[in-house]
Design a protein around this ligand. Structure first.
Ligand code: IPE
Ligand code: IPE
Ligand code: MG
Length: 209
């Protein structure tokens, strides 16, 4: 059976680069290639929702040149990839705290979302400056601000991704067996699959497997 919603922690870019004596950002660039292939494959096999972890709330603690490299890569990838997403019927959406992002990056996200908003083949959620704890806290804060009672049901509705079913399958590449503050609430019943493959090496065949 094809999962309706797949979530992925795309880990291992840095190690992929290190093994080749390349800077870490080279691994992230290669990771974009792997992600493009994965999005395409998900659309082709009938997955309806793909949610990926691209930048965590904790990733700000990385060296400044890696953080700025990732921000530049996001802007570049958006400019380069969005026309193709549009052609393939993919709706892209960003999940996470946008207030810490630069105006340029934020404008790029908003443009990509607006352009692809009508697409229905695959919903592609990119978690960027996202953390599962942030998500639970922002949901609770928004209910409190509206003076609404905090229950399991109301929190569920206020969480990001409230409009899609929870992930059926959560994949983490790169060999680490942990969640690293990804979809803490939404993955309560997801099947977990850990792959030793580094993210840049994760291709359509690996996804099928
Ligand atoms: C995951 O790869 C991508 C991001 C966190 C942005 P890493 O950069 O964590 O790669 P490793 O874990 O160091 O190999
Ligand atoms: C998780 O990977 C975050 C992303 C893939 C964006 P990390 O490499 O940041 O997580 P830890 O540090 O191994 O827990
Ligand atoms: Mg890592």
């Amino acid at each position: 059976m094809i999962p309706h919603h797949i979530a992925i922690v795309m880990d291992g870019n840095g190690r992929w680069a290190k093994r080749r004596f390349l800077p870490r950002v080279a691994g992230h660039k290669k990771g974009v290639d792997a992600l493009r292939a994965c999005v395409r494959r998900c659309g082709d096999i009938g997955v309806r929702v793909l949610t990926v972890f691209a930048f965590s709330s904790e990733n700000w603690n990385r060296p400044p040149d890696e953080v700025s490299g990732l921000m530049e890569l996001l802007a570049l990838a958006l400019a380069r990839e969005v026309p193709q997403l549009q052609a393939e019927g993919v709706r892209i959406r960003f999940i996470g705290n946008r207030s810490a992002l630069s105006d340029k990056v934020r404008a790029g996200l908003e443009q990509a979302e607006a352009l692809t908003a009508g697409n229905q083949r695959l919903l592609f959620n990119v978690c960027f400056n996202y953390g599962g704890r942030w998500d639970i806290a922002q949901a609770a804060a928004s209910l409190a601000a509206r003076g609404e009672p905090i229950t399991e049901h109301s929190l569920d509705r206020a969480m990001s991704l409230a409009d899609v079913p929870d992930p059926d399958l959560l994949i983490r590449t790169g060999g680490e067996m942990r969640i690293s503050n990804f979809l803490l609430w939404q993955a309560a019943y997801s099947e977990l699959y850990f792959s030793d493959r580094l993210w840049p090496d994760f291709d359509a065949a690996a996804l099928d497997e």
